[in-house]
Ligand binder design. Structure first.
Ligand SMILES: Cc1cc2nc3c(=O)[nH]c(=O)nc-3n(C[C@H](O)[C@H](O)[C@H](O)COP(=O)(O)O)c2cc1C
Length: 273
């Protein structure tokens, strides 16, 4: 019998956190159960492993990066969480292009690590770095999520024994390929080494970027440098109160323009149970 609900998420710019929180709080209200929050976005949140039990319902959420679970977050999903028979709602957000294989991959990983996945959602959100999907999730998206919560709460209340797991999440068979970004000319672009640039006239060294970098690559004492990898998540750009950070790599900007031209149409939020 489920007694606790936990929202856990990797969410560099906060949209995945908001979606997971909403689903978890709604489930909590529907089942009159307490809700805890356990993000694993920044290094300080990844210092311990989490072990759940059949008394837990975990709302487990990540964004989609290049059509999959973000490759730098995947090891944490695999190594930090043990389901031990806990129920889970798998959630991916995506920035109005496509979630490709990310939801299927997340369901697979959760199942591999002892979770019993009873529901899932792929939710359209504003894109982290391109001007598409703005204003999403909107009322229609929220209605779909509310319907999912209502149906799952009923399933949990009516359950006699083990809850059925979901089927029918779309995606390819393994091995899953990453989406290959293209530029405005339609050709493949590579911007793996692109780094944020800092406008020194604006930066007041407050450290907001260092605190938010999910891979710990921005030193507090030198926030104008990037000492490790950059996953292009845009947390440092998004949370800079001085608007001092940006990306100016031409290949990256060409990909951003291509997304804005090609994927302006509204994508669809989908739920599964
Ligand atoms: C590096 C990177 C890759 C992304 N790849 C995709 C993608 O393949 N498809 C898509 O629709 N959105 C993509 N997005 C957009 C994010 O999935 C989306 O904006 C997400 O809601 C951001 O979550 P967050 O606010 O929790 O960081 C990408 C964003 C980043 C930063």
């Amino acid at each position: 019998m489920i007694k606790n609900i936990c929202a856990t998420y990797f969410s560099p710019t906060g949209k995945t956190a908001a979606v997971a929180t909403r689903i978890a709080e709604s489930m909590g209200n529907a089942l009159s159960l307490p809700v805890t929050h356990d993000p694993f976005t920044v290094p300080g949140e990844r210092t311990h492993t989490r072990s759940f039990s059949p008394e837990d319902l975990v709302v487990f959420a990540t964004p989609t990066y290049a059509g999959r679970v973000p490759n730098k977050a995947l090891p944490f999903v695999q190594e930090l969480f043990q389901g031990n028979g806990a129920s889970a709602i798998a959630v991916v957000t995506f920035g109005n292009r496509s979630y490709d294989n990310s939801l299927k991959e997340l369901v697979h990983e959760l199942t591999e690590h002892g979770f019993h996945v009873i529901g899932a959602a792929a939710v359209v959100c504003g894109h982290s770095f391109a001007g598409i999907g703005m204003g999403r999730p909107d009322d229609a998206d929220r209605e779909k999520l509310d319907a999912l919560v209502e149906a799952l709460a009923k399933k949990i209340k009516d359950a006699q024994g083990t809850l059925p797991t979901i089927a029918g999440v779309p995606g390819d068979e393994q091995p899953w390929a990453y989406y290959q970004p293209t530029g405005v000319n339609g050709e493949k672009t590579v911007f793996l080494k692109a780094l944020p640039v800092v406008d020194e006239t604006r930066c007041d060294r407050c450290g907001a970027c260092a605190a938010r970098c999910p891979v710990g690559s921005i030193p507090y004492e030198a926030p104008d440098t990037t000492t490790g990898i950059c996953i292009k998540c845009h947390a440092c750009v998004h949370f800079c109160p001085q608007d001092a950070r940006s990306f100016c790599d031409p290949a990256f900007l060409s990909h951003k323009s291509m997304l804005e031209t090609t994927y302006a149409r509204p994508a669809v939020t989908e739920v599964f149970l």
